[in-house]
Design a protein around this ligand. Structure first.
Ligand code: ADP
Ligand code: MG
Length: 697
């Protein structure tokens, strides 16, 4: 039966070697050994690994797979895979399909072409990958993909999954300590839950192919504002056009087969922009699945003659794309620790977790900002379409009033009817229904989770979640250390909550984050403001942040520096590619085109003049064309010259690109865009914004 004919419940996860499939296909002993290794991290013995490998292979072959790959997430932020086929020679020219436990649990890709930020000496170019048994294997395009971690031989993490798993363990350990204080002796683990909403643009492939900038950099480096932008707001939640609808249906189908809980789809604010939100799941799976989602979005688009753009800002003057990382903590039996509970005790617990989060965001605001610092996001953050670059928390009117009443030791009276009493006498009741209507906050409490809205659409969500998990682990650890020996738990608990809320009240802001006055107020409050990636990245190597990560064994000092170096180098590399692409388009397409067009204008001018006809228009346009063409040529020459002087030192290079190359590029663009507006449509060398954004796809 083809997958098209399957009903959704059978289709869902049919390409995933999930728990149910393992239960069916493994011996009882092996299944239990696998479960054990997932719940407490014990290593699988080789016999069990062999049995799992055999079952996986047979399942994969039945589904048409011929290859397997250790699927991992190097520090580039995308995924990597090296495919090996299952075939093994079996004599007399025959082959058998073989896959051993050893091959399942460990691989050795040639790691020399992945960034290591200086962690891997050249003499040990190889790294190794090891199966992450907490994440299910799946089949993608005929290959069995085995989610793995990626390390160097000296044990350094070279990927984004290893520190993520470490951070999940850290926050679990500290959360359980807190739960014990509240009399919970059952819970064995606490798992961060994540639901990432993903925005993207769809473009017609034929148009895309005519734009070198889109192909090389993922965004347009030129383009005058079209006559119509997103003013009419008719696209947001508007009806979905047939070709896009067919794409979305196909995408859902592919994602469901891979066990991704794709749930909502709708049009976004900008023309041609859309969003997909999955149902939340554990943080590790959510990160894997977001990578799969981004990959599938691109592949499926290709089948429909479309291109999916995941860049944060494909078009100037049009809303860019982000990702909302919805994050919460849940116990292993599914209680959400950010949900005000039904008993007074649960509410006191909620307040303590809330307080830890508020304290964490305030103390590590610079680090949270740094995790979203990529060049593409510089075009969005603070640009009135995405949160400002200042990190703050939105709690909503009711919960903020609760916080204030705790700080001021005053009675709290809810403006709404439903409130909850909490046991620790001095703590006030908590409103039940908190609905977030603020869309401008970088970190919004939305009833039972926090929504971190600063992520760029192209990013791996691992980095931000590593910081959320780790800062939470740190704050909970401090609370547990203080409260574990307490003689009067209720009194001490109230005191801790009051003290910390008072100390960190400044990070809570319920107003309009797009308002100019907020930046001034944020400065008065002493909050950080790092407008660009270049300003934000040094947070990686600030001592307090290194202490945070080393203290919880998330990163070693060397691993922190490696990541910082990679971001710094990536910034420069991105700018250099953009600048070179710009020069190429200017020299080979735009300048020749406007020069030719100038001649056309001059010829018209000459001939009209010779005939004694009015020729003011031709004269004006020819003059403007010539003036702008010269200015553009000069600006391009300056960019070329400056690009030859990028310093060797990585940090200096990043600053230089930011201070010199970016303004040079802005200058070039400004002349080119002005020329576009005075050049005949068919004389312009590639499709313009109105073609790209309003073509009927
Ligand atoms: P909105 O667009 O209003 O932000 P969506 O429904 O598009 O809302 O997205 C909300 C996201 O939050 C979904 O991915 C959803 O599964 C996720 N989510 C809901 N509850 C939780 C939770 N407790 N923890 C983490 N994520 C959650
Ligand atoms: Mg959202």
């Amino acid at each position: 039966m083809s997958s098209k004919e399957l009903r959704l419940p059978e289709l869902f996860g049919c390409m995933v070697f999930n728990e149910e499939t393992m239960r069916q296909r493994l011996s009882g002993a092996s299944y239990e050994a696998w479960k054990q290794s997932v719940s407490d991290g014990t290593q699988l013995d080789l016999h069990t690994a062999d049995e799992i490998a055999e079952a996986m292979k047979n399942w994969a072959i039945e589904k048409g797979a011929t290859h397997y790959t250790h699927w991992f997430q190097p520090m580039t932020g995308v995924t990597a895979e090296k495919h090996d086929s299952f075939i093994t020679p079996a004599g007399r020219g025959r082959v058998i399909m073989d896959f051993s436990g050893k091959e399942l649990v460990r691989g050795e890709p040639d790691a020399s072409s992945f960034p290591s930020g200086g962690l891997r000496a050249t003499f040990e170019a190889r790294g190794y990958t090891a199966w992450d048994p907490t994440s299910f294997a799946f089949i993608k395009e005929g290959s069995l993909c085995i989610p793995t971690v990626f390390c160097s031989y000296s044990g350094h993490a070279l990927d984004k999954k290893t520190p993520l798993l470490r951070s999940m363990e850290a926050v679990s350990r500290q959360s359980v300590r807190i739960l014990r204080l509240f009399g919970d002796s059952e819970t064995r683990g606490v798992i961060p839950q994540v639901g990432p909403e993903q925005e993207y643009f769809l473009l017609d492939k034929e148009l895309y192919k005519q734009r070198e900038d889109l192909i090389m950099t993922g965004r347009t480096l030129f383009g005058a504002k079209p006559p119509r932008g997103q003013e009419l707001e008719d696209h947001y939640y508007g009806s979905i056009r047939p070709r896009v609808a067919a794409y979305m249906a196909d995408l859902d189908n592919e994602l469901w087969k891979l066990g991704v809980l794709s749930k909502t789809k709708h049009n976004e604010v900008a023309p041609s922009q859309h969003e997909m939100a999955p149902i939340y799941t554990d943080c590790n799976s959510a990160c894997d699945q977001n990578q799969i989602t981004m990959e599938m979005m691109k592949k499926v688009a290709d089948r429909h003659g479309l291109v999916c753009l995941l860049h944060e800002k494909p078009f100037a003057g049009v809303n860019g794309s982000g990702k909302h990382d919805n994050w919460s903590l849940a116990t292993d039996d599914g209680q959400n620790l950010f949900r005000p509970g039904s008993t007074p005790r649960q509410n006191a617990r909620f307040l303590l977790f809330l307080t830890a989060f508020i304290k964490g965001v305030d103390e590590y605001q610079d680090m949270l900002r740094a995790t979203v610092a990529i060049p593409g996001n510089d075009h969005r953050l603070g640009a009135q379409e995405a949160p400002p670059a200042v990190v703050s928390i939105f709690l909503g009117e009711e919960l903020s009033a609760v916080v204030d009443s705790i700080i001021n030791d005053t009675d709290y009276h809810s403006t709404r009817k439903r409130t909850l009493q909490i046991g620790v006498d001095v703590l006030p009741p908590i409103p039940m229904d908190n609905t977030d209507r603020n869309r401008t906050s970088p970190m919004a409490f939305t009833g039972n989770k926090f929504e971190f809205r600063m992520l760029g659409s192209s990013m791996s969500i691992s980095g931000p979640n590593i910081v959320l998990n780790t800062m939470m682990a740190e704050e909970l650890k401090q609370f547990a250390d203080e409260l574990e020996g307490s003689a009067d738990f209720d009194a001490d608990l109230s005191a801790v909550i009051r003290r910390e809320l008072s100390a960190h009240r400044r990070i809570i802001f319920d107003g309009n984050g797009y308002d100019e006055s907020w930046l001034a107020e944020a400065r008065l409050r002493g909050l950080d403001n790092y407008p660009t990636a270049v300003d934000a990245l040094p947070a990686y190597i600030r001592e307090k942040n290194i202490d945070l990560f080393t203290g919880h064994n998330i990163y070693t000092r060397e691993e922190v520096y490696a990541r910082y170096n990679i971001h710094v180098e990536n910034y420069t590399a991105t700018m250099e590619i953009e600048a070179r692409t710009m020069i190429d388009m200017l020299r080979k397409e735009i300048l020749p085109a406007v020069s030719c067009y100038g001649i056309t204008l001059c010829e018209a001018y000459e001939r009209k003049k010779a005939l004694g006809l009015p020729h003011r228009h031709e004269e004006n346009y020819a003059r403007n064309n010539s003036l702008l063409t010269d200015s553009l040529s000069d600006a391009c020459g300056k960019l070329e010259k400056d690009l030859r002087h990028v310093p060797e030192d990585p940090e200096e290079a990043m600053l230089y690109c930011h201070n010199v190359i970016v303004p040079d590029m802005q200058e070039c663009r400004s002349y080119a865009d002005q020329l576009e507006t005075i050049t005949a449509r068919d004389a312009w060398p590639f499709p313009v914004y109105s073609d790209l954004l309003f073509s009927e796809i």
